[in-house]
Design a protein. Structure first.
Length: 269
């Protein structure tokens, strides 16, 4: 109608920008919330966000109390797609969604403020550049906060039978599990990082001798299968790599240890 403002939305530009921004926000969320980063799942989650952005254009005609629940539902869906649900509690998933929503709000608010203060003309490349800058700043801040709250993590290399497995482990001073016969400390690894058939340990088909390791869980006593590898090498950043004597315990129930592949006893440091 005459005198009415018309807003032109280019679907391809809108979808591309939202895909890029959602991808960055999911990466930041994975780092800050210590979730396992699986590339194809994060890409798929960002694609879901791009599709929702196109659908959300229709929501602009509705009041805010209709838009907000739809946006929150989209955030929950993207996190469910981007981050594996196996081994994750509802409490941890809610924390992930909360971090993702805060990251989206911080990045969107930062980009808007930068354009408003600088009186710049919005462009796709400019938005992406600012998003990269804010995303990097959020990751650095998140890692700084995480290092102050949580024990540090490090990479280890486990070799056995000519196979080398690399894993990210969380240093846990509360991991006091030992193998009963050798009295060696136990490095607990998720079965998902081990090659077949060790990912489903069985006494008959195992390529290495397995031994039973009793552990105490929240529900009582439990049992892990474990083995003594040829070597375990600690690979701390900016420090000399060194070998330690320990047993590998195979955890078939948990796939995610605060974003890492397993738990390293603090006594091994």
């Amino acid at each position: 109608m005459a005198g009415q403002e018309v807003v032109v939305v280019y679907a391809d530009v809108l979808a591309f920008l939202n895909f890029a921004l959602d991808f960055l926000c999911l990466v930041v969320c994975a780092k800050v919330a210590m979730r396992r980063f699986v590339g194809w799942r994060v890409v798929l989650g960002a694609l879901c966000g791009a599709v929702y952005a196109l659908l959300a254009v229709r929501l602009m005609q509705f009041p805010l109390w209709v838009q907000l629940p739809a946006h929150l539902a989209a955030a929950v869906g993207m996190c469910a797609v981007a981050f594996p649900a196996k081994g994750t509690t509802w409490k941890r998933f809610a924390k992930t969604v909360f971090v993702f929503v805060l990251t989206e709000a911080a990045m969107g608010g930062g980009i808007t403020a930068a354009y408003y203060i600088g009186q710049w003309r919005a462009s796709a490349l400019g938005i992406l550049a600012l998003a990269l800058a804010f995303g990097g700043a959020l990751i650095l801040y998140g890692l700084y906060c995480r290092r102050k709250v949580y024990a540090r993590n490090m990479k280890i290399e486990v070799t056995f039978g000519g196979t080398c497995v690399k894993a990210d482990v969380l240093v846990d001073s509360g991991n006091l599990v030992t193998e009963p016969f050798s009295a060696l400390p136990v490095v607990i690894l998720s079965a998902s990082v081990l090659p077949s058939p060790l990912d489903k340990p069985d006494l008959e088909s195992s390529p290495v001798p397995l031994r039973a390791i009793p552990i105490r869980t929240q529900t009582g006593l439990g049992l892990l299968y474990g083995f003594i590898p040829d070597s375990i090498t600690l690979c701390p950043p900016f420090e000399k790599h060194r070998r330690v004597d320990a047993v590998i315990g195979i955890d078939t129930d948990n796939t995610d240890f605060a974003g890492c592949d397993g738990l390293l006893p603090g006594a091994l440091l």
